[in-house]
Design a protein around this ligand. Structure first.
Ligand SMILES: NC(=O)c1ccc[n+]([C@@H]2O[C@H](COP(=O)([O-])OP(=O)(O)OC[C@H]3O[C@@H](n4cnc5c(N)ncnc54)[C@H](O)[C@@H]3O)[C@@H](O)[C@H]2O)c1
Length: 362
């Protein structure tokens, strides 16, 4: 087990992608469980998907912050690809921890819109690394831990399962994956050069209430409700390690409290204080079973009528470029170091999603 070396209470924590799915849930978890805490949320509120969902998440955070005595939430609308804006935020708020979740997500979108990925995922992440590096200027304690989002998509079409962080990942099948792998490489170089304690987390298909409308469970629900047909890729021969968002944010929270130790190597230079983990459910589900459970839960929640003709709204189609047939996380290192493993069953998670969807849209 790794011992916790950071007490989050009383700290100023920067969370980028604060209005995003995982970012907003992480901030809610921190406001619920750490007191007092000062959270600086950054998001550019881009319209990759419905902005009202991002505004709704921010409203939830503001309400939670009002109820968390002694804690504070400060929202800054800014683009992390804007160097001046990032430097300004670091100098104004002096964060002691940084969690970088802001990114252009999505595999398919990266095929037609590569620019957004280069800007947010590469330039944006570089700006965060630079700001962390300069947070130590003048002998200041600066950022004691940078935690950042990577993705299971870095495993590409690797045949060996479950996916381990020890496996080679040099053959990305999408630009999105290439930018996420690049983040890990950049973080390693900055950890080595400037002794910035960094932990990268490879998330596996995260789902839940107020999730991302571009993801399959959400898109399927929208389409079925509109009486349209859903396309099931690779003729349903896909397996995904679906991870419930509460499990993800609990994992991120634990990881935040244990920064890799700074040490000096035999060459007199820092041994990079750098760690990398998978966070996934480690229980891949067949896509057709997943669709089946989703249908049942949509009926149960009253999103769709009990006699809905699912067969008439399903189409099995070939594999899409950039997609992979299976994702399956080896979470043994996370368990060993943090005594934690995501374990919310798919049905429980989809039930909460379906109920949220009903309350939000119907
Ligand atoms: N959800 C998943 O299944 C999943 C899986 C693997 C990795 N990830 C990674 O986790 C992180 C969070 O993902 P999410 O699902 O919450 O996505 P999300 O799109 O809901 O959240 C990302 C947020 O970042 C903001 N953002 C994007 N570019 C920005 C920029 N340049 N400056 C400031 N803000 C910017 C967006 O407005 C959005 O609110 C991302 O890095 C994503 O790549 C997510």
């Amino acid at each position: 087990m790794r011992t916790s070396n950071i007490d989050l209470a009383g700290k100023t924590i920067l969370v980028t992608g604060a209005a995003g799915f995982i970012g907003a849930n992480l901030i809610l978890e921190l406001l619920r469980t750490v007191q007092p805490v000062r959270i600086v949320g950054v998001d550019n509120m881009n319209d990759y998907y419905d902005v009202s969902l991002k505004e709704w998440r921010l409203a939830q955070i503001r309400e939670a912050a009002r109820g968390a005595k002694g804690s504070g939430f400060f929202f800054v609308r800014a683009d992390i690809a804007d160097r001046q804006a990032v430097d300004g935020i670091f100098s104004e708020y002096q964060p002691e921890l940084a969690v970088n979740l802001a990114a252009q997500a999505g595999v398919r979108y990266s095929i037609a819109n590569p620019d957004a990925y280069l800007q947010s995922n590469l330039i944006g992440f570089y700006n965060i690394l630079e700001a962390c590096r300069h947070s130590y200027d003048g002998g200041k304690p600066g950022v004691s831990h940078l935690v950042y989002a990577s993705s299971s998509s870095v495993y590409g079409s690797n045949a060996k399962i479950p996916y381990s962080t020890e496996d080679p990942v040099d053959h990305p099948v999408s630009l999105y994956a290439a930018t996420k792998k690049s983040n890990e490489l950049m973080a390693h170089a900055y950890a080595r050069l400037y002794d910035i304690p960094c932990t990268g987390l490879r998330f596996f298909t995260v789902y839940g209430p107020a999730g991302r409308p571009d993801m399959a469970y959400f898109g399927f629900t929208d389409r079925l409700r509109a009486g349209r047909t859903i396309e099931i890729f690779n003729y349903g021969n896909c397996r995904r390690d679906f991870t419930y968002v509460d499990d993800i944010v609990k994992g991120v929270h634990r990881v935040m409290t244990a920064a890799p130790e700074r040490r000096t190597g035999e060459d007199g230079l820092p041994v990079p204080p750098y760690c990398l983990y998978n966070i996934g459910n480690s229980h891949p589900e067949n896509l057709l079973d997943f669709v089946d459970i989703l249908q049942q839960e949509l009926i149960r929640a009253g999103v769709l009528p009990a006699d809905y003709d699912f067969e008439a709204h399903k189409k099995l189609v070939p594999m899409q470029p950039g997609d992979v047939p299976v994702t399956y996380a080896d979470t043994a290192p996370l368990m060993k170091d943090f005594g934690f493993r995501p374990d919310t069953p798919l049905r429980t998670g989809l039930r909460r999603f379906a109920e949220w969807y009903r309350d939000f849209y119907l």
